[in-house]
Design a protein around this ligand. Structure first.
Ligand code: DAK
Length: 259
């Protein structure tokens, strides 16, 4: 376990990592330090073979109100370029383990983009999503136009990004951005439960499923189906696949070892 003031990390015995943002005074706004810590944490979790699933949350009240707007007051183009903050997001994108966002309260701008870096989004009833950058004379810069487009389609995306409207959890679920809506007090616990279920499966199968599903989104259907078929075949070379099938016939829980 490693803790510091603006981000905490707890790893359970079952291999579930809980990453929590903690800047309540700024609604968990993602300043440079927080983004750096998030990036380092995801690099660490990617490499830690005991970690099988990750939950990211902002806690009970707010997920994240976006990038820290204070960082934008005097920044010039070259300063923004030289910050190369895309590298911090990339370590989350590159994480091979399933990521579940547990969202209560606001997930706005970079906060909504952070949630969209996850593979599953669990929202509390109070959650509100939005890309309000246009109100600041800006636009989404960490995938807001593109990930939203792929999740909810062009006509909803345009409405969100051109008006900056906030969308409640239930509506976001209907559009396909949110996987499940639960009572606020259950959001984190429910996300952890899903992570525990995933962590109980073969990590090789789980990571292949994540990789193929994400890669397939941007391929032709034929290419993506071939990718899926090859990954499916590769799993037959794992001890976990034999264990899973044998356990089924022996009517016992499978013991996956990640080999
Ligand atoms: N940044 C900095 N401080 C923030 C903040 C933010 N995003 N959001 C809230 N705060 C601060 C407020 O200034 C206030 O501070 P004090 O006045 O107490 O000192 C405190 O948090 C509480 O905020 P409120 O008083 O406003 O609290 P409310 O509950 O009434 O409202 C709110 C909460 C989240 C609805 C509201 O604060 C709000 O609208 N916040 C701004 C939301 C927003 O516009 N977000 C988009 C930011 S732009 C990039 C990649 C990504 C991005 C940029 C670059 N690159 C790859 C280069 C992303 C950009 C963005 O996200």
């Amino acid at each position: 376990m490693e803790n510091n003031s603006i981000l905490t990390l707890n790893i359970s015995q079952e291999g579930v990592a809980l990453v929590q943002l903690h800047r309540p005074e700024a609604r968990n706004a993602l300043n440079l330090e927080l983004r750096q810590k998030l990036s380092e944490t995801f690099q660490q979790l990617s490499q830690d073979s005991t970690v099988r699933a990750i939950v990211i949350t902002g806690g009970e009240k707010v997920f994240a109100a976006g990038a820290d707007i204070k960082d934008f007051t005097t920044a010039t183009t070259s300063q923004m370029y030289l910050r190369h903050t895309e590298q911090y997001w990339q370590s989350i994108t590159d994480c091979p383990k399933p990521i579940i966002a547990a969202v209560n309260g606001y997930a706005l701008g970079g906060g909504c983009e952070l949630a969209m870096h996850a593979d599953i989004i669990i929202a509390g009833e109070s959650a509100q999503f939005g890309q309000p950058e246009v109100k600041l004379g800006l636009m989404p810069g960490a995938g807001g136009t593109q990930r939203l487009l792929r999740a909810i389609g062009k006509y909803q995306t345009m409405l969100w990004v051109l008006t900056g409207k906030l969308v409640k959890a239930a509506e976001a679920e209907r559009m396909g951005l949110v996987s499940e809506v639960v009572a606020d007090e259950n959001t984190i616990a429910h996300a952890i439960k899903i992570a525990q279920t995933i962590a109980s499966f073969s990590p090789i199968a789980v990571q292949q499923i994540k990789e193929v599903t994400n890669l397939g989104q941007d391929q032709s259907l034929q290419g993506a189906l071939a990718l899926e078929r090859k990954a499916f075949q590769i799993l037959f070379d794992t001890k976990d696949q034999k264990e899973g099938v044998n356990a089924f016939f022996e009517k016992r829980p499978a013991q996956y070892i990640g080999e």
